[in-house]
Design a binder for this molecule. Structure first.
Ligand code: ZN
Length: 202
């Protein structure tokens, strides 16, 4: 399939966001339509100021995602590290750390809310780049977090299903006013961790 020039971001509730996405055949990666779709995915990630975007979020049923933080899109995550822009095709986590960390997650497909979520602190991911070459990276901290969030999209999972406790969900706008929160709310560490930062404790 070939995406149109400016696809909408699908919102939670759309069936595509709850489906396991199909693998991309290696022979398909060099096709015109596939390369066109990659470019649209990248443009959409940058224009929506996302730090990552998964293909099904723009109506493309495929195991493809993009990640990257630069001066072009750091607006929503001022404290986040720079992450070089990259495509991942058929990505797979082959290893993850026992130790976990916490951060505020949000999602373009779930607007208006954020949640304090625990996941493994570091991972090894294997997949292909946009030229169909195999790539493997060890990621940690916020970079590992984005990758795990985007990879969840390829398996039909959205971040609200990862929230351990309802008290850890907040309105997105509230995070702009963290200094006004009640002391220690919703947890000691969530209180003092801003978007793009990681905490080792709940
Ligand atoms: Zn998302």
């Amino acid at each position: 399939m070939r995406l149109n020039q400016d696809p909408d971001v699908l919102l939670m509730g759309h069936p595509l966001l709850f489906q396991e996405q199909p693998q991309v055949a290696v022979g398909e990666m060099s096709s015109d339509d596939f390369q066109h779709n990659l470019e649209i995915l990248k443009q959409k990630q940058l224009s929506t100021l996302g730090v990552g975007l998964a293909a099904p979020q723009i109506g493309w049923p495929a195991r493809v995602l993009s990640v990257g933080i630069s001066e072009l899109n750091r607006f929503r995550y001022p404290q986040a590290p720079d992450i070089p822009f990259a495509f991942w095709i058929n990505p797979q986590i082959t290893d993850f750390s026992e130790n976990t960390c916490w951060t505020w997650e949000g999602c373009l497909s779930v607007p208006g809310m954020r949640a304090w979520i625990e996941r493994p602190e570091s991972i090894t991911v294997v997949g292909y780049n946009e030229r169909g070459e195999r790539q493997e990276r060890n990621l940690s901290g916020f970079t590992a977090r984005i990758m795990q969030h985007e990879l969840d999209h390829l398996n039909g999972k959205l971040f609200p299903t990862r929230v351990e406790d309802k008290s850890l969900i907040i309105p997105n706008q509230s995070i702009e006013h963290q200094e006004e929160w009640a002391e220690g709310w919703p947890t000691e560490n969530a209180h003092k961790t801003t978007r793009g930062q990681i905490s080792n404790e709940r």
